[in-house]
Design a protein around this ligand. Sequence first.
Ligand code: FE2
Length: 449
Amino acid sequence: MLEMKKPSVLIVEDEEDIRELIIIILESYFDLDFIEASNSQEGISRLEGGVEPTIIFCDYNMPGGNGDQVFKFNKDHANVPFILISTDSPSDHHELAGFYEINKGNEYIEKPFDSERIVQNIGQFLSNEQVEKIEFQRISINRVQKYNRQNEALYLRLSENKFVKIIDKGSPLSDSELQKYRDKSVEFFFLEKEAHKRMLQGSLKKMIKKIAGANNKNELIQIQFESVVEIQNAVKSLGVDEVSIELADKITESVMNEVSQVSKIETLAKELNADINTYKSSLAHIINYLSAGFCEHYDCPKEDTVKTLIKASIFCNISLDDDGLASFCHLSKDVLSLLEFEDRKIVKDHIKKSVKILNEGENQIKDVSKIIECHHEKPDGSGHPKGLNSRSLTPIQCAFILIHDFADVIIREKNPDDISALKIFEKLGEKYTINNFEQPYLALKKALE
Ligand SMILES: [Fe+2]
């Protein structure tokens, strides 16, 4: 009988650790062959040499030639699904024009990535038999020493559903023991699901720090805006009109007057207004202008809704002192779970604390509280604190999340002169267009035409 050829994955990535991490994630679920390349040229050589991967995972920024070279070669030849794993999105580079159209399987996974996205992505290209459905997850015998640093318990697979423990938790695996299993042609050890998850988290954590740069969260983001005028110009260039800018300024002023009745809040709100060159302040200003533009095209009592959204933007992060951490909050629940305990607690608690500060001010704030409670939820349920999704969030909550996440993309843009609304919508992706996000999405799109 002819043996069925295993599906294979080409991984083009200059960081060896990241390459291996992708492999560890994939091989714990799927029976695959892996072809590794440490730069674009090597990736292309492998393809020219006749390897026929089922799918390509490729980084963008690599020394000696970026990922677009592999993208182009693949497009002109086998055109297999191309998964860009990078801090840059396809819309950041004109070389990747038509990224999603060229092959419907093309996908973008932002770094630092969560393992589930990688798994979901490839799962759809494999047949059912190729997907492991067992309670244990495996790791190659060649990688176990490097990655199982916490010395999780290891198992061997005896038959389809039978596993036997060979190393207890806490006991390191010696070279000679490892060799013993190599001699018996053992290819994989198995870990209990939770242990495997812990092992991956340890490795992802290292990767996050690498991406955040110099282990310092405050260096993660460089705020581009020095003044309110610069922010106004940026939102104008995206399509927000003069009338909306004036309306946003007027309502912001009235909100600030209201809060000046409460001395503690006044100080906090003033701080937010004073220093534009912070993540929190830039974010609030951008949200305010976008909200006014948005309400022009959304079926709602205009001034009241603008006021509700502006209040939510001023108060949503008011309890967060650490601006570097504020810029971390948009990350998915999975990635946040990798932060240090203290930082994670601050991120988690800022939502409740902000609502509390808001409540000290006035009574008629139910709408605003409800929005702030959800401002880090995501359409696909990957947000926090509750993991709500586009069906369970109300339209007004969806509107704020959309505008908030849209503003976050603007702040992260490395070349502010280069941004367009279209690119930002593309970056946010399809998930912001469905269910209760649909109407807000159409209204914001209209405002930025
Ligand atoms: Fe927040």
